[in-house]
Design a protein around this ligand. Sequence first.
Ligand code: NAD
Ligand code: WQD
Length: 337
Amino acid sequence: MAKILVTGGAGYIGSHTVVELQAVGHDVVIVDNLVNSNPVVLKRIANITGVEPAFIEADVRDADALAGVFSSHKIDAVIHFAGLKAVGESVEQPLRYYENNVNGTMVLCQAMANAGVFKLVFSSSATVYGPDAPVPYEESMPLGQPSSPYGASKAMTERMLADLCASDARWAVAALRYFNPIGAHESGLIGEDPQGIPNNLMPFISRVAVGKLEELSVFGGDYDTPDGTCIRDYLHVVDLAAGHSRSLMALDNPGLHAFNLGAGKGVSVLEMVKAFEAVTGKPVPYKIAPRRQGDLPAFWANAEKAKRELAWEAGSSLEKMMADTWRWQSTNPNGYE
Ligand code: NAD
Ligand code: WQD
């Protein structure tokens, strides 16, 4: 079994992936600067798996700190989640996003090369396909022109990693393009804990249901979709976590390997609201509000490549995603606070 460095491992997807990695027998070291996470998550992980992962509070842009991590741990591969992810904030603070996401990955790759570690799994996003790609998205499509600095930072990083792989055959990189991860570990001990008012649909719905927010604004009811609301490809975060441990298999071959990690089917905003209400019995009052700038009407994954090459599928039902979201939200109404 391998020793895996997980950057951003205290965050939403990172923490679920740490649980999965430990469950399949890997040894985990987390590096996180806690800019968007709470160290309590480390104890929660230990409650689930029986093992508290090694944790170093550090920034991935800190080359000296990374050199220290690589010299004190014999790392086999890195899974790189650390990054900023709020699309709207990236429009207001583009330099902060490029600095953190692109430069952070650059500093990390330099530290890896110095330490002789050439296996990397990178958190990419469906947003790299850009607004003009036809649906469903396939990995063979070229990178597009994402409309936000956040999305551009992911496309730029993928380009940088492809150039790196082309320059040196020791590198093996998996670029995992996530669609819309939701849900929580079924223990209810770890989950998504956004600060302030959530930007994303699922945490907004669950906070309305728990009484912390009054009503959901459905951004746009006049899209060219069956019910007029936007369609996305939602997948369970625990399935997504398993996709990371599977993707380590792809790192036996050098080069950049892109994989869509999605369920491969689309669900509308109103279908999400109805599914949540049906599973939890909690009403979610909503109103149709104006469209949100930058939203695409509909996209979902062609997820065949991950099925074929990684033997991975996002198998959880929408009902399970809703039930697990609600268990986390209702038993932790204030998140990790
Ligand atoms: P998150 O904010 O919960 O986790 C990111 C973690 O990285 C946090 O714990 C944060 O403290 C840490 N971090 C940020 N910048 C850092 C830095 N410079 N040094 C060290 N640690 C740093 O986000 P998440 O939802 O778990 O997303 C993880 C990754 O997946 C991100 O790169 C994100 O862009 C990407 N992604 C997320 C989604 C999604 O919908 N959640 C979709 C596609 C891609
Ligand atoms: C889903 C749908 C909204 C909130 C974003 C990033 C993407 C990736 C995942 C990180 C949309 C609608 C939402 C609300 C609503 N992130 N909605 N009311 O926009 O598909 O993707 O998160 O990599 O890069 O762009 O996800 O959850 O914000 O929205 O009606 O209060 O829900 O319009 O149709 P999105 P989301």
